[in-house]
Design a protein around this ligand. Structure first.
Ligand code: HEC
Length: 106
């Protein structure tokens, strides 16, 4: 392979890996939310990425996401009910998780 095509392949590889969210769930998220949520896949509840897309461009995204986590319930996703505060997350954890989720889809 000549050096130019090797460089093109390497660039393409970077672009592909760049499309996968290079973030891990914060540890309070794994502990409290990970049973039901994942960052980029959904089976029993919307993924954090999908939720982030829902609120993308909303300047009150963090506030609204934090309010949803605090109250729990259903939000029209059709997965059922989310328990209030996940499973006992503190207000500080909820704030930081809301910021984390809001920041995913940018
Ligand atoms: C027992 C399972 C469960 C746990 C634990 C859980 N969730 Fe959920 N969550 C759900 C389900 C189910 C929905 C979707 C409800 C629906 O169908 O509308 C949801 C929806 C959401 C939404 C969407 C709100 C909206 O406005 O659309 C957010 C944000 C969220 N969860 C965050 C969290 C966070 C953060 C935690 C941890 C502190 C957590 N969840 C823990 C089940 C869970």
């Amino acid at each position: 392979m000549n050096p130019i095509s090797a460089a093109i392949l390497a660039t393409a590889g970077l672009l592909i890996s760049g499309s996968v969210p290079a973030v891990d769930m914060p540890k309070e998220g794994t502990a409290r939310c990970g049973k039901c949520h994942a960052i980029d896949s959904s089976s029993m509840s919307p993924s954090f990425m999908e939720i982030s897309e829902k609120y993308k461009g909303d300047k009150d995204a963090v506030k609204k996401i934090a309010a949803s986590i605090t109250s729990g319930g259903s939000f029209g996703w059709d997965y059922g009910e989310m328990p209030a505060k996940g499973m006992g997350a503190s207000d500080a954890e909820i704030q930081s998780l809301a910021k984390f989720i809001a920041g995913l889809a940018k």
